[in-house]
Write a protein that binds this ligand. Structure first.
Ligand SMILES: [Zn+2]
Length: 448
């Protein structure tokens, strides 16, 4: 049985407290929040649970499409492009029902928990039945995702995605019909009727992209979203820019800016092919950027200007998007390593800055502004990375943050606590048991 660590004491051998790895950190958990956090306690008190390794705050996976996990390893034959990959993705989308999506998403979120993800931003557009008919409960798919997260023990921000067109000024067709609500008003009416079950869930919004939402529909989505997070795929492919320029005479970023869609609650995803003016618009608005490097390289998207965006004022967060892998350490280091390859220079991002992106900034981007830090009053989320693996043996306390960012993998995560509840212990998911078997069964059931 999972433990609820009410008024529990934890002694972490090493813990990341936001600026540095500290030794001997005594952490009180009071219900679902942290109580006192005290570094420099040399000996664990007798009543404290001892966590060996490095303990960090919960990781936020800011950009997820849970069902894409079914495609892992199956899209690499031949050459192809983002657009041929998309056809394979649609083939899976065609087969899902609320029941089968619950099974698949529960297992995918279980994999995330095992990787140290304590909150996910689910960019959700698979809303309706085949052909676009609404289910009896028009939010049945959203409810399935929220339930899946609850059963996997993680928090979720359901980013309900407005998706109205299959390309700039092209109607939805075929498998895409399941994504559409007709217009922004019908999308807003459906989303505003959704009441997620459970304290673990919040609702935000998304514009699929300037391909998926006509410019004249964007202001209505922005107005309906209010202060909640608003996410949007942006300039992932050059073809999107070309189509947008042809239709509107503006870049995708320019269209979003003109429609009032850029602000501090906005997160643009990918943001790969930007002009200098785009970077100025995004940074000036304080809009965040979520990079998904393992997906971007998988789909041959290109390398986005994460450093230039951050310098302009756009906070960085991270997502595993298509789930080619689910490993936030890999996403974090890829931001720096891709920049090294592009510039032939090292040292664009520190390990501390990348941990910040994976924790504090990530949670802020999906509407959990107090999470992602081991600090009094914050949600009690903890991820402990063992240092006894072949990969991390020899790690020293003074360089432990760099060891995590540049050498750890999801497989090194040993223990995970979410909102004061122990979800993973010694690499075992306490709520779901054998997550690999669940993934195998559910993916086998939904593959074409
Ligand atoms: Zn995406």
């Amino acid at each position: 049985m999972p433990l609820i660590w009410a008024e529990t004491l934890i002694w972490a051998e090493l813990a990341w407290l936001g600026d540095a790895v500290e030794r001997g950190v005594l952490i009180e958990i009071d219900g679902d929040r942290f109580g006192a956090v005290t570094p420099g306690v040399e000996q664990p008190p007798p009543d404290a649970r001892r966590l060996a390794g490095v303990t960090v705050p919960g990781l936020a996976n800011v950009h997820s499409h849970a069902f894409h996990r079914a495609l892992r390893g199956r899209t690499h034959a031949g050459k192809g492009s983002f657009w041929t990959w998309r056809e394979q993705m649609y083939a899976v989308a065609t087969r899902l029902t609320p029941d089968s999506y619950l099974d698949l998403a529960r297992a995918v979120y279980g994999e995330m928990a095992l990787a140290g993800v304590t909150a996910v931003g689910e960019f959700h557009y698979l809303h309706h039945d085949t052909g676009g008919a609404r289910y009896a409960d028009p939010n049945a798919m959203s409810a399935a995702l929220v339930q899946a997260a609850a059963e996997a023990g993680i928090r979720i921000t359901l980013l309900d995605t407005c998706y109205l067109t299959g390309g700039v000024q092209r109607p939805l067709e075929g498998p895409q019909l399941r994504f559409g609500d007709g217009d922004a008003a019908r999308w807003a009416e459906r989303v505003q009727a959704f009441r997620p079950a459970g304290d673990h869930a919040r609702v935000g919004a998304a514009l699929h992209s300037v391909r998926g939402v006509p410019a004249d529909q964007i202001p209505e989505v922005v107005a309906a979203t209010g202060d909640a997070p608003l996410h949007v795929h942006l300039s992932e492919q050059r073809a999107e820019n070309d189509g947008c320029l042809a239709a509107y005479g503006r870049t995708p970023t320019g269209v979003l800016a003109d429609a009032g869609a850029l602000g501090p609650a906005t997160t643009t995803v990918h943001s790969t092919h930007l002009t200098a003016e785009d970077i100025g618009l995004l940074g000036g608005a304080g809009a965040g950027v979520c990079m998904c490097p393992t997906t971007e390289r998988d789909l041959a998207d290109g390398i986005g200007p994460a450093r230039a965006l951050a310098d302009a004022g756009s906070p960085l967060s991270l997502g595993s998007d298509s789930h080619a892998v689910i490993d936030l350490f890999e996403e974090a280091r890829a931001v720096e390593l891709d920049e090294r390859l592009r510039t032939e220079q090292r040292g664009h991002w520190t390990a501390a800055a990348l941990l910040h992106a994976a924790t504090v900034a990530g949670h802020a981007a999906i509407g959990w502004p107090h999470a992602g830090r081991i600090a009094t009053g914050a949600p009690a989320d903890l991820v402990t990375v063992g240092l006894d693996s072949i990969r991390l043996a020899g790690t020293r306390a003074d360089t432990a943050a760099a060891s995590l960012v540049f050498a750890a993998t999801a497989a090194d995560v040993r223990h995970v606590t979410v909102s004061g509840r122990e979800v993973v212990r010694d690499g075992e998911h306490l709520l779901l048991g054998d997550v690999a078997a669940r993934l195998s069964a559910t993916i086998g059931a939904v593959l074409p």
